[in-house]
Design a binder for this molecule. Structure first.
Ligand code: AMP
Ligand code: FE
Ligand code: FE
Ligand code: ZN
Length: 281
């Protein structure tokens, strides 16, 4: 029996593969159900639909949204939303602008440090995707400042100065209500290494529908802890590889390896359906 992967990126955000290339790759793995969850865009998902249909791969609507919560950035995964919902599409459009604005600020910080980089170069690197720090990392690699994406993050892209830049991402509470109103469900992305027990407790006071229990950054012990947490809070279990393409991230060997059972994807779809049934249009 096939598996599901509910966390995959394409070049519509910071992945390397086009939606078509991604679907071709997925078709060679034991995956029956996937979600393309690009950062703050559904363009990759929309483009992938026809290729997925040809290969008989079930594609669940998905997106990974960067949100602001308690002055920090929290990634949430949204699934099964109405992809034509006006408020949802406005949210996504605003996120795109917030990313551009933040990248301009990042470039200014780097320039002040003497780095030869400009916004248009990063923009060109991101084409056709939603701009993000991995695109700035590519510029730094091409110019010989660093040898790898992770070195770029350590030395240039996650310094205190960069972290101080305020991004105009939507606040968590608004994202949750917009996605719910669009008939979707939400899961807390890759909580493993990021939040303290106390923060997790506070996060779970929000009306999340699920927890991403299965993720390459989760050890077996961490995974079990989140599976227990999902169960005791009556939440959906989501998971996936966080695949970004070839060689860009440390998670890339995990496509087809870090997977979840189809029953979890089925439960997610049932949950979204009952939410939609409750919405009065
Ligand atoms: P941004 O969306 O601009 O905040 O950039 C964050 C993205 O960069 C994440 O989704 C990862 O894909 C990637 N990333 C973050 N940290 C690293 C790292 N240390 N090495 C490689 N990629 C990273
Ligand atoms: Fe990413
Ligand atoms: Fe993420
Ligand atoms: Zn991701």
């Amino acid at each position: 029996m096939g598996k599901a992967d509910l966390h995959i990126h394409t070049n519509a955000s910071d992945g390397d593969l086009s939606p078509e290339e991604l679907i071709n790759k997925v078709s060679k793995k034991n995956l029956e159900v996937i979600a393309i969850t690009d950062h703050d865009t559904i363009n990759g998902y929309l483009k992938a639909k026809k290729f997925a249909a040809k290969k008989q791969i079930e594609l669940i609507p998905g997106v990974e949204i960067s949100t602001v919560w308690n002055d920090r950035e929290i990634h949430v995964l949204a699934y099964e939303f109405d992809e034509e919902d006006g408020d949802f599409l406005r949210l996504i459009a605003n996120q795109k602008q917030a990313r551009r604005k933040r990248m301009k600020a990042i470039v200014e910080v780097l320039k002040a440090e003497g780095v030869d980089i400009d916004y248009d170069e990063v923009r060109a690197e991101s084409h056709p995707g939603n701009i993000g720090r991995p695109h700035a990392a590519s510029v730094l690699i091409h110019k010989g400042y660093v040898g790898s994406v992770s070195e770029a993050f350590i030395r240039y892209l996650s310094t205190d100065k960069i972290k101080q830049i305020k991004t105009e991402y939507a606040v968590l509470e608004d994202v949750i209500s917009i996605v719910h109103d669009a008939g979707g469900v939400l899961s807390i992305a890759h909580p493993g290494p990021l939040y303290s027990q106390n923060e997790m407790k506070k996060l779970l006071k929000h009306p999340f529908d699920g927890i991403e229990c299965i993720h390459p950054s989760h050890s077996y012990k961490v995974q079990k802890m989140f599976l227990d947490m999902a169960k005791s809070n009556n939440l959906l279990v989501t998971g996936g590889s966080d695949f970004h393409g070839s060689g860009k991230s440390e998670y890339d060997p995990y496509l087809g390896v870090v997977t979840i059972g189809l029953q979890f994807a089925e439960a997610l779809k049932r949950s979204a359906k009952s939410r939609k049934d409750m919405i009065i249009y």
